[in-house]
Write a new protein. Structure first.
Length: 138
């Protein structure tokens, strides 16, 4: 029996050095949905001793990328925004859950919720995807 080919998101993550360097772990990876975790390390804190917003954004963006890369064509971000609702501190496990909200043609809208281990919402992210005509590299 031949193994099924890896989804484009899985192939993408095999080459994602940034997410790996930030210690992200993919818990769920399926078309239109993903769950990714990251523990806040000391080198991720800003000058106020809370998780740097750019790194919380990076976690949400990775979950978004996994959820929207579900074909043999590269899908990229056309834009994204984030609203920070509460700070995250050193040692906190953050979980980003991405969900497809709407897709039309090559465009999609995805919502990502970032929560701490207690289920408190740290940030809400909305990403707009655009499917290209470029095949996903093998």
């Amino acid at each position: 029996m031949t193994a099924a080919p890896a989804r484009s998101a899985e192939r993408m993550m095999q080459r994602d050095n940034a997410s790996e360097a930030l210690g992200m772990t993919v818990l769920a990876s399926e078309a239109g949905h993903s769950v990714v975790t990251m523990t806040v390390r000391e080198d991720m804190l800003n000058g106020h001793a809370i998780a740097h917003g750019g790194l919380v954004f990076a976690l949400a963006d990775t979950a978004f990328a996994i959820a929207c890369n579900d074909s043999d064509l590269v899908t990229v971000s056309a834009g994204a925004e984030i609203t920070f609702l509460r700070p995250a501190g050193l040692g906190q496990l953050l979980t980003a859950t991405a969900v497809l909200r709407s897709r039309s043609g090559r465009s999609g809208i995805y919502d990502v919720q970032v929560a701490d281990a207690d289920g408190e919402i740290v940030a809400e992210f909305r990403g707009h995807s655009r499917r290209t005509n470029t095949p996903v590299p093998a």
